[in-house]
Ligand binder design. Structure first.
Ligand code: UD1
Ligand code: UDP
Length: 379
């Protein structure tokens, strides 16, 4: 039995983990045992608990309940908790997703006591080291034994950093295995889209119609914590709301910051029937909202990709992205936090033909590919 210790903590990781947990339950229950550790980085029920039941993710055996805090404090508490659990559970591998502080904490704890690390979503780079996520993903990749990239771009990025893409087993931290396996988020979108279409009536609840609203998410720290950027973004949204309904499930971070940083006139103007500012929604609700939207505006990595999966044009509130294929396809445009650019791109997209989707994120079997490679490596 292969024993995997999986670290989750932030919303996107909980969602991503559903793909691997589902694959284990469906095909590998006699070969793989998964122990899940929740760091507690996200803790509101709409940011965490809601996903477990909806996506049938096994409940974590451990919850470190670390909560919010400065980077150092939050990451340090996680490292302490994860180290203890690793010593007790003695897994064959530690599995981490993406690029959050929970990812880095897992990687540091495991690397120091020689538990091999599996990094899912390896190789992604924004080439902006001021992003906390860029630091987290670079450091995690460089102590991992298995690097599972979702894209060809990820593979090329790793090659540029000196990783040998042709390495062969036995894999170790000094001879890591590098694989392009596809994207577990694409696995999930394929698996859950039909279920969401059958079960969820969020459009009806919000009183919005298919193709007649713009879906917006904002949470990246350089947008939420910067007064000028936050005001530019919300001015643009106000402008667009004169032409279209806006559905905006707000991350708690953003909800807090708009009260402090938005000009009062902008904050007051947001109280308008065309602007539906709502709490974070469940994953099934979110993919229903994405699939039926006209245009998506976001600074989220995951939502950018889901826009692409559902062939929606995407206004990206960043100056660079790890998901460069979306920009190359023409379906996403980097607008940073520049009001005029956001509005101009909105008008460009209003009449745009449906985006052509090609399978750059794999075939919906990333989770199975990952487990097969891990099982093969331990024979
Ligand atoms: C984190 C990740 C980011 C990821 C995002 C997904 C890091 C450095 N950042 O950012 O990469 O895109 O998760 O959503 O790991 N808060 C609550 N309730 C919660 C969680 C957070 O109110 O359940 C509020 C707190 O005020 C907290 C703030 O949100 O201080 C930020 O939370 P944190 O987890 O530190 O960072 P995110 O912005 O969520
Ligand atoms: N998501 C969700 N409810 C919401 C907003 C986002 O379920 O209200 C999902 C979204 O569909 C995607 C993931 O959360 O699967 C993206 O997470 P987030 O935007 O928090 O982080 P990022 O991907 O930028 O790290």
């Amino acid at each position: 039995m292969l024993k995997l210790l999986t670290i989750i903590g932030a919303r996107p990781q909980i969602i991503k983990s559903a793909a691997i947990s589902r694959a284990i339950k469906s095909y590998y229950s006699t070969k793989v045992k998964e122990v899940i550790v929740h760091t507690g980085q996200h803790y509101d029920s709409q940011m965490s608990a809601i996903f477990f039941e909806e996506l049938q993710i096994p409940l974590p055996k451990y919850n470190l309940q670390v909560g919010s805090g400065k980077h150092g404090e939050q990451t340090a508490k996680m490292i302490m908790g994860i180290e203890e659990i690793l010593e007790k559970e003695k897994p064959d591998f530690l599995l981490v997703y993406g690029d959050t502080n929970s990812t880095l904490a897992g990687a540091i704890a495991a690397a120091k006591i020689h538990v091999p690390i599996v990094h899912v979503e390896a190789g992604l780079r924004s080439y902006n080291k001021k992003m906390p996520e860029e630091v987290n993903r670079i450091l995690t990749d460089h102590v991992s034994t298995f690097l599972f990239s979702p894209t060809i771009t990820g593979m090329k990025n790793l090659q540029k950093e000196g990783f040998n893409l042709q390495s062969v087993a036995p894999f170790t931290v000094d001879n890591p295995g590098i694989f392009n396996v596809g994207d577990v988020m694409y696995d999930n979108s394929l698996f859950f889209a039909q279920i969401a279409a059958e079960k969820i009536d969020i459009l009806h609840q919000l009183n919005v119609e298919k193709d007649k609203y713009v879906l917006v998410t904002i949470h990246r720290n350089n947008n939420t914590d910067d007064e000028i950027r936050l005001n530019e973004i919300f001015e643009a949204i106000l402008h667009i709301s004169k032409e279209s309904k806006i559905v905006m499930p707000l991350h708690p971070r953003t909800l807090k910051q708009i009260q402090h940083l938005l000009d009062k006139s902008i904050l007051d103007a947001l109280n308008h029937p065309n602007i539906l500012m709502i709490p974070p929604v469940s994953y099934l609700e979110m993919i229903q909202l994405e699939e039926n939207s006209h245009i998506i505006i976001t600074d989220s990595g995951g939502v950018q990709k889901e826009a692409y999966f559902f062939s929606k044009p995407c206004i990206i509130l960043r100056s660079e992205t790890e998901w460069t294929e979306i920009i190359e396809s023409g379906s996403g445009i980097l607008c940073d936090a520049i009001k005029e650019m956001i509005i101009k791109t909105y008008h460009l997209f209003v009449n745009k033909e449906k985006v052509l989707f090609t399978n750059i994120y794999g075939a919906g079997d990333a989770a199975v590919n990952i487990i097969n490679i891990l099982l093969d490596s331990t024979h």
